[in-house]
Design a protein around this ligand. Structure first.
Ligand SMILES: Nc1ncnc2c1ncn2[C@@H]1O[C@H](COP(=O)(O)OP(=O)(O)OP(=O)(O)O)[C@@H](O)[C@H]1O
Ligand code: SF4
Ligand SMILES: [Mg+2]
Length: 440
């Protein structure tokens, strides 16, 4: 959806239907669409209820949407547009260089990551330590230059924007860090910390800055008298409120929250999460929420993306991922989430082995060295991202009909690969031997 909005680039839903591509989804349900062309589009919803209709990625939309149920009665439809689209994003860190300074080996911290995020919603990024969550957040923020792929924000391609043009987006996309202790300047008062960015980015006229800062502080649960106090005088939860107030004072549209509560006590965590939720509702904010804590993720997110060694393993609506995790990695990760029902017996899946080094990831499916369902095909062929059900994507061969119906062919291919590898190793060893003799 996040396409440039040049007039000739804009397709109506009707046009897309004629090309046979239209699928609109509302929550979990596919919306049947009939369109007359022009500006008015009719949606026929498959189930009753208030729904959100998402416009498909390859289509921009203009005009009113009229939604009715099969019996002709009117339905409420809120059209949600994507504020962020990340396409095949890559961030590689050089870890070894040649004598001439060229990169010899790199660590693929974010490797071909794609997702979309609707305005006013939250996506949770989850996965074990080192899977690339923070790097993804920082690359979206353009604190790191990407090594491939694109980032569309609010309909504009910001992937390669120069620093001067990026200024506008610096306020529109904000970051809240994990550690509220180190991210606040110790020698500035709370009021000045929040006011600084407001002043620099000219968010309100000079004479209104003080009252504006007080207003933001109040929204974030900070009392008026805190204005002249310093960060060291506050608890962890209060400091995180100051960080949130500072981020929101510049009126962002998108906030990247990187483990915003993991440094806080459990009781304080709930307060901060509820604050973020309230602010989202009142200010229409969109969040990328990075967290290890799946219970928190369940509570605050609409969508979840599961990462492993820089790759996306599964993406879907939060309810779908919790009710029906598909990927063996997601299943293991989510088996550790406590269920508040004494009758439900937890079957925790313990993953064997360590996470492989991201500098030298396994071939094929990156998860294959730890997967209990690993097949030969997984050891050399990377799985495709498959849409298992509307908006529920999984990158695993178990859900790929083509792969699963040709397993014996892939077994043969694997045997051939092994034989070839063995032959190559033997040839290498043969070449090495005379050299070894010489050394002796
Ligand atoms: N500046 C950097 N230079 C080189 N490697 C880096 C750099 N930043 C991160 N990495 C590596 O990239 C990989 C992903 O790191 P990242 O911090 O994004 O993981 P993460 O999922 O946020 O982990 P955690 O949950 O522990 O915060 C790791 O292997 C890390 O060592
Ligand atoms: S592709 Fe294979 S190794 Fe990877 S998760 Fe699926 S079954 Fe396991
Ligand atoms: Mg991190």
């Amino acid at each position: 959806m996040a396409k440039s909005k040049k007039a000739d680039d804009v397709k109506t839903v009707a046009a897309v239907i004629q090309e046979g591509k239209a699928t609109l989804t509302c929550g979990k349900h596919v919306v049947n669409v009939t369109a007359e062309g022009g500006d008015g589009v009719k949606l026929f919803l498959s189930e009753k209820g208030s729904v959100k209709a998402e416009i498909p990625a390859d289509c921009a939309f203009r005009g009113d949407i009229v939604a009715t149920y099969a019996d002709g009665s009117a339905a409420q439809v809120e059209v949600v547009t994507d504020i962020l689209e990340v396409r095949n994003l890559k961030k590689y860190f050089p870890i070894e260089k040649t004598l001439f300074g060229k990169t010899k080996t790199s660590l693929k911290a974010v490797d071909d990551v794609s997702f979309t995020l609707a305005e006013g919603t939250t996506i949770g990024i989850v996965g074990e330590s080192g899977c690339g969550k923070t790097t993804l957040g920082r690359t979206i923020l353009k604190l790191y230059e990407s090594d491939g792929g694109s980032i569309f924000f609010d309909g504009n391609d910001i992937t390669h924007l120069k620093k001067s043009k990026m200024l506008k987006y610096r306020t529109a996309i904000q970051l809240i860090f994990q550690d509220p202790y180190s991210s606040l300047p110790p020698r500035m008062s709370v009021g000045n910390i929040i006011a600084e960015a407001v002043r620099v980015h000219k968010i309100v006229p000079k004479e209104e800055i003080s009252s504006y800062v007080h207003e933001i502080m109040q929204q974030c649960g900070l009392q008026r008298q805190y204005y002249d106090r310093y960060p060291h005088e506050f608890s962890g939860g209060q400091r995180q409120r100051i960080c949130i107030a500072r981020a929101l004072a510049v009126k962002p549209k998108l906030v990247i929250c990187d483990e915003p509560v993991s440094a806080l006590d459990v009781s304080i965590q709930a307060q901060i999460i509820n604050l973020l939720k309230d602010l989202q509702r009142t200010m229409g904010l969109t969040y990328v929420f990075i967290s290890h804590d799946l219970s928190v993720v369940k509570y605050i997110t609409d969508k979840i993306m599961v990462m492993y060694l820089g790759n996306v393993m599964e993406t879907g609506y939060t309810d779908d991922i919790f009710d029906n995790p598909l990927h063996p990695y997601t299943k293991a990760l989510f088996s550790a989430v406590p269920v508040p029902d004494p009758d439900v017996k937890m079957k925790r899946i313990i993953l064997g082995g360590d996470i492989p080094s991201p500098a030298n990831p396994p071939a094929g499916c990156k998860f294959h060295t730890r997967c209990s369902q690993c097949m030969n095909v997984c050891k050399f062929k990377a799985p495709q991202n498959i849409e298992y059900s509307p908006n529920h994507f999984v990158a695993c061969h178990l859900y790929d009909k083509e792969v699963m119906s040709n397993l014996s062919r892939y077994d043969e291919e694997y045997e051939q690969l092994l034989a070839k590898q063995k032959q190559e190793e033997e040839e290498k060893a043969k070449k090495k031997r005379p050299h070894e003799k010489k050394e002796k």
